[in-house]
Write a protein that binds this ligand. Structure first.
Ligand SMILES: Cc1cc2nc3c(=O)[nH]c(=O)nc-3n(C[C@H](O)[C@H](O)[C@H](O)COP(=O)(O)OP(=O)(O)OC[C@H]3O[C@@H](n4cnc5c(N)ncnc54)[C@H](O)[C@@H]3O)c2cc1C
Length: 443
């Protein structure tokens, strides 16, 4: 009989993993709290199109996506301006979230995966140390493996017993609180910078953007602390003074949401359980992109499951997913969390100094355009030559230098710890390793 795979939550990686498994004869059901017509948010996303190929999908129809614009980064005082210059053949694509979902769901259905919409998951069903199913508002469902694709606030991960060694929650500075909406665009003639990214705007610890998106202006206001509508309205008022193309009338969106901006989950698997996507914190910690990573991870997870000839789907057999994810993606993502932590320790005037003196320059911002280049940036950070030049620029500011040196030390530690991940799953060794890994990311 076909092995029963429960995909908990219709996250991107969960759906594509389910598609690959269903195509290969597994009995896959995706349990999702939303109704089918409510899947996906009312906004556009930017991501690496290679993710489609990684899970065996064709590229979406050409009229469903555009190529992303280069971004212009402004320091807190708005006096410095760093413009990306990404080569055309390396540009990521921008696509409506609802269209991404349409493509993923129709592919998964064609592959034979079933969807159970309107089903709210409340937690795992445990049998001893093994996850054997999900508790939902429609009752319990049991399976041979539960894939947790419920996102940042997964009730499965949150309710796993502590002794499994899987961190239950993302903590402060690991969650980015975001407001996203699209506004009317005022006609102000030709705009020099179409995608304006504002670092620590008005001295607030966070990143905002105001992007000319053709018919409207795309606004994102993001902070490391929760924000409400009063804060949003006050920020919008300031932004309209700075960027007169940003109109008054809201045309779409307007959600408050959270993005994980932290290192990937230390332990991704338990007996009968594997986490993927935002449930496993697979976003790029600095830029918050997680769609491509979760889809790429899903191909690794599906292969691990199909190669498990014991069909036990235990932590031991699923460990290969953990190892391969870290080798291909996680070990590049984790050091970026150290860079993010540096940002949370800098004062706005520190960042202005870093921008104004060219310690961070347009080339660095071009590198930050996508996660692949960001991995290269981390290599540069521990490569003595480019590093020496950057450190020299900080000679006049020992206070910033100290923070930067701490980050470099942290990156070295993260790189060493991820390289020392146990080769096979032994509960004591894995828990010891996870403790060391988690300790690398103290604020
Ligand atoms: C404002 C914003 C902008 C972003 N922009 C980008 C971008 O441009 N590019 C990019 O790559 N990434 C972007 N991201 C990040 C991206 O959304 C995620 O990294 C990506 O969606 C992977 O997450 P996921 O699919 O695993 O989880 P999610 O997108 O959170 O999906 C989880 C799914 O599980 C369902 N679910 C949750 N809880 C339950 C429950 N209890 N019971 C049943 N179902 C449940 C949800 O309804 C949802 O369908 C952005 C995020 C935000 C918030």
């Amino acid at each position: 009989m076909a092995k029963k795979i429960i995909i908990a939550g219709g996250g991107h990686g969960g759906i594509t993993c389910g598609a690959i498994l269903a195509k290969n004869g597994y009995d896959v059901t995706i349990y999702e709290k939303n109704k089918a017509d409510k899947m996906g948010h009312d906004w556009t996303d930017i991501f690496d199109p290679k993710a489609f190929g990684a899970v065996g999908m064709d590229m979406p129809p050409r009229d469903m996506y555009n190529f992303k614009h280069n971004m212009t980064f402004f320091g807190p005082s708005l006096t410095t301006r760093l413009v990306q210059d990404v080569p055309e053949d390396e540009l990521e694509i921008q696509m409506e979230r609802k269209d991404i979902y349409k493509c993923l769901i129709s592919y998964a259905e064609k592959c034979g995966a079933k969807f159970e919409y309107g089903c709210e998951i409340e937690g795992p069903v445990m049998l001893g140390n093994r996850v054997v199913g999900i508790k939902t508002d429609k009752g319990e469902f049991l399976g041979d493996l539960v894939i947790d694709a419920c996102g940042i606030n997964s009730p499965l991960r949150s309710n796993l017993p502590k002794h499994l060694g899987i961190q239950n929650e993302a903590i402060e500075y690991e969650r980015f609180y975001v407001y996203r909406a699209f506004y009317e665009k005022n006609d102000v003639g030709e705009i020099e910078d179409r995608f304006r990214v504002l670092m620590f705007y008005k001295g607030k610890l966070g990143i905002s953007w105001v992007a000319d998106d053709g018919d409207y202006t795309d606004v994102l206001i993001g902070r490391f602390n929760k924000i409400d509508m009063d804060e949003v309205e006050a920020t919008l008022k300031d932004l309209r003074v700075e960027f007169p193309d940003l109109g008054e009338k809201k045309l779409r969106g307007g959600q408050f949401v959270e993005i994980p901006v932290r290192q990937p989950l230390g332990v991704l698997v338990a007996d009968g359980y594997a986490a993927i996507g935002d449930s496993a914190f697979m976003t790029v910690p600095i830029i918050g992109s997680g769609i491509a990573n979760s889809m790429k991870a899903s191909a690794i997870l599906a292969k691990t499951i199909m190669d498990d000839t014991t069909e036990s789907y235990s932590a031991k057999t699923l460990w290969r997913y953990q190892r391969e994810f870290y080798s291909k993606l996680g070990s590049g993502l984790a050091p970026l969390a150290s860079i993010k932590l540096l940002l949370t320790r800098l004062a706005p005037e520190d960042l202005d100094y870093i921008f104004a003196t060219g310690i961070l320059n347009a080339d660095d911002m071009t590198i930050s355009a996508d996660s692949t280049s960001l991995f290269a940036m981390v290599k540069d950070m521990i490569d003595p030559e480019p590093l020496k030049a950057k450190i020299k620029g900080l000679a006049g500011r020992p206070d910033i230098l100290k923070k930067v040196l701490r980050m470099i030390k942290d990156i070295g530690a993260v790189t060493a710890v991820t390289a020392a991940m146990p080769k096979s799953y032994d509960v004591v060794a894995v828990h010891k390793w996870a403790k060391l890994y988690n300790a690398c990311f103290k604020h």
